[in-house]
Unconditional design. Sequence first.
Length: 109
Amino acid sequence: MTKKQIHDASTGTSTMVDLTTEEQTAYDNAITAHNNDEINRELKELRYQRNRLLVETDYLALPDVTMSDDIKTYRQALRDITNGLDTAAKVKTKLVIEDGKYKNFPTKP
C-alpha cells in the first residue's frame, strides 16, 4: 500500500498514512497512464530534435536557392526518422547521444 504524508501546520508535524482504496486506485491508474504514454513523450522529444535540425537547412528550401540532392536526401531522412518506431525502446535508440551529437540521426552533408 502506498503512503501519503499529512502535514499539520498548527503543530508543524507530519504523519505518514496509507492511501484509502479509492486513492490507491486513482494513484495506480495515474501511474499506468503515465507509463502507457512513454512512447508519446519519447516521440515528442525525437520530433523536437528532428525539427531543430530541419530548421537549420530551411533556408536552402527558399525559391531562390537550388537545393543539392544531398541536402534533399538528408532532409527527407530527417522527416522519415519516426517511421517504424512503435515502441519507446525503438525511439530511445534514435535519441542516443555520442560525442555531443545524436548517434542515430542522419548525417548532415
